[in-house]
Ligand binder design. Structure first.
Ligand code: F6R
Length: 577
């Protein structure tokens, strides 16, 4: 989702800005742009499409030392050059991440004050409004103080003003923003990946911070007082941001799971995880795959710890009648740690005084910071928009929590390798040219099927639906036709016979059944067309099944020629509600 960057310093800025927005590319985008001052005159270059096309219009030797950049993931208005950032009105040029929810109201006010707009965006309105205030107060800091009470929604803004061409002005509410600090200059970004090539030292801004950033100093204010935000050092290895010879990041990340899962389990044989057994009720919130991982967690926590678990899609949490209290735990799951819906769910949980445990990948992200306790899954940077290793580690951590530090699992690596070794080609040929694919399973296998179908649809654009196996006959079975692929999952022996009955129902209607089955479950060869055998590894068998579905989806998408790491319309870090 939108990413912002800004630089002011002793170095020429164009290549710093381009490298910065390239690092933000993984968040998902459809347009890009940068603005810079050259001899005190603003230059804006922006367009739809990829950064490499924008680069052709820019000269890295330009003698400019201050600029801002943006990757846009369309929310308000289509994917057009006019809607791309930076936006400029009067003396103000800015980039924005977030959504100004009351922009239509503000736009009316501005139109009544003779402002004209060329885009459909909320950001152009924000830009005009700051210009409007600037004409009144003649001071950007005052304008940014004022907008706190005017703009409704979320924003991280990085602003240039023609009257002060040596300064970046920044502020944020809801959307993430950091300032990388160095002796050569200061760099603003939405996340750490965009600054690490320039500096390892950074501060994280809090909501309503206002920053005045120059080449050799930065001042942060909050509520009219200067504040010292803690200077952090990024000490992780960033060399991992490369495909290492794999065709796609997604494949590389699928293959990283062997080491990641094995090392995580080994680590927690000797080290302790928080004890969650003391809570009366556990809620798990997350979005998309994180929500699916939560469902796997529910299954194990309820079965092993006898604690009721409610899993909610984070964006739906606020619409539920909640019965949470201070005896309860809310587990918030997020790879990016910046998912706006999950952040909002945490805020609600806190209102009810529940304890919040974040299961997060991104170090010092918002969710990591606002949770009472955090478990880092340490998956390393996940570049592919479709999550693989982060999902598996989220599920793994929930399984480990359900074991309450009685961990006795350590032979997973061989089993994961067996999944890697499967030849997926014969299965993909039955799927890649189809319009619809169904995934079915019962109990935990239904939870896995949800993730399997999400993976397939998001990267291959084949319509894939997941159904609780017993539910199919209550309606959806009418969509099964001759050779419709149905991927059936049976990892749990107790569910086998009933799921097999449901498989027979679809076979009778012509479905082509690919059965993903635990090796220790005997199935007759007449209940499937193809069989993918999964090693039995007790409570880790579901993770093995998921890895096989990740690979299946990957190879289907590859055969269809899809842009696997950057599926259309999707964003890696979903920072709007
Ligand atoms: C699917 C996928 C998404 C994310 C979801 C939550 O492959 O990646 O469904 O799982 O957007 O993102 P995080 O985990 O960053 O909160």
């Amino acid at each position: 989702m939108c990413g912002i960057i800004g630089y002011v310093g002793k170095n020429k800025c164009i290549s710093i800005l381009i490298n910065g927005i390239k690092s933000l590319e993984y968040r998902g985008y459809d347009s890009v742009g940068i603005a810079y001052y050259l001899n005190n005159k603003i230059n804006i270059v922006k367009d739809t499409g990829r950064i490499k096309d924008l680069e052709k219009e820019l000269d890295i030797n330009t003698n400019s030392y201050i600029g801002i950049g943006h990757t846009r993931w369309a929310t308000h208005g289509g994917v057009t050059k006019y809607n791309a950032h930076p936006h400029r009105i009067g003396k103000i040029t800015l980039v924005h991440n977030g959504i100004i929810e009351n922009y239509l109201e503000l736009k009316k006010e501005l139109i009544n004050n003779n402002y004209k707009f060329i885009s459909d965006t909320d950001t152009e309105v924000a830009c005009a409004y700051i210009d409007f205030l600037y004409n009144k107060y003649n001071d950007i800091y005052t304008c940014l103080e004022k907008i706190k009470n005017i703009f409704i929604g979320s924003y991280a803004l990085c602003i240039l003003c023609d009257d002060d061409t040596d300064t970046l002005y920044i502020t944020k509410k809801g959307s993430p923003m950091i300032v990388g600090i160095s002796n050569d200059g200061n760099i603003i970004a939405s996340d750490i990946s965009a600054i690490v090539n320039y500096t390892k030292e950074y501060i994280i801004l809090e909501d309503h911070d206002i920053g005045i950033i120059n080449k050799n100093k930065y001042i942060i204010y909050n509520n009219d007082n200067t504040v010292n935000r803690e200077i952090l050092t990024f000490d992780k290895n960033i060399d991992t941001i490369s495909k290492d010879g794999y065709d796609h990041y997604m494949l590389k990340e699928i293959y990283e799971q062997d080491n990641l899962i094995t090392n995580t389990i080994r680590h927690y044989i000797d080290n302790k995880l928080p004890d969650i057994s003391k809570y009366k009720h556990i809620y798990i919130v997350g979005c998309g795959s994180a929500y699916h991982a939560g469902l796997v967690g529910k299954y194990y926590i309820e079965n092993f710890l006898n604690i009721p678990v409610t899993v909610e899609i984070a964006s739906e949490f606020r619409y539920k009648k909640l019965f949470i209290n201070d005896n309860d735990l809310v587990i918030a799951i997020s790879q990016s740690g910046e998912t706006a819906d999950t952040i909002e769910a945490i805020k609600i949980a806190k209102k009810y005084k529940a304890k919040v445990l974040g299961i997060v990948n991104t170090y010092k992200s918002t969710i990591a910071r606002i949770s009472d306790e955090v478990i880092y899954i340490n998956a390393g940077i996940e570049v592919s928009v479709a999550t693989t290793k982060a999902y598996s580690l989220q599920a793994l951590y929930l399984i480990l929590l359900s074991l309450n530090n009685k961990i006795n699992l350590d032979n997973i690596s061989n089993d994961i390798k067996k999944i890697y070794d499967i030849d997926y080609s014969k299965y993909i040929n039955k799927i890649y040219d189809k319009e619809h694919v169904f995934f079915i399973g019962r109990g935990i296998d239904y939870y896995l099927s949800l993730e399997g179908s999400l993976k397939l649809k998001e990267i291959s654009y084949i319509h894939a639906e997941s159904y609780a196996a017993g539910e199919l006959k209550h309606g959806t079975i009418s969509l099964i036709e001759e050779s419709t692929p149905v991927i059936a999952i049976i990892t749990d022996k107790n569910l086998a016979s009933k799921t097999i009955s449901n498989i027979k129902e679809v076979l009778a209607r012509g479905a082509y059944v690919i059965l993903i089955c635990n090796e220790n479950i005997n199935v007759d060869s007449d209940i499937y067309n193809e069989l993918i055998t999964i090693p039995d590894n007790n409570c880790l068998t579901p993770i093995l099944a998921i890895i096989s579905m990740q690979l299946l989806s990957y190879y289907v998408a590859k055969k269809r020629g899809c842009d696997i790491d950057k599926p259309k319309n999707l964003a890696k870090s979903v920072t709007v509600e």
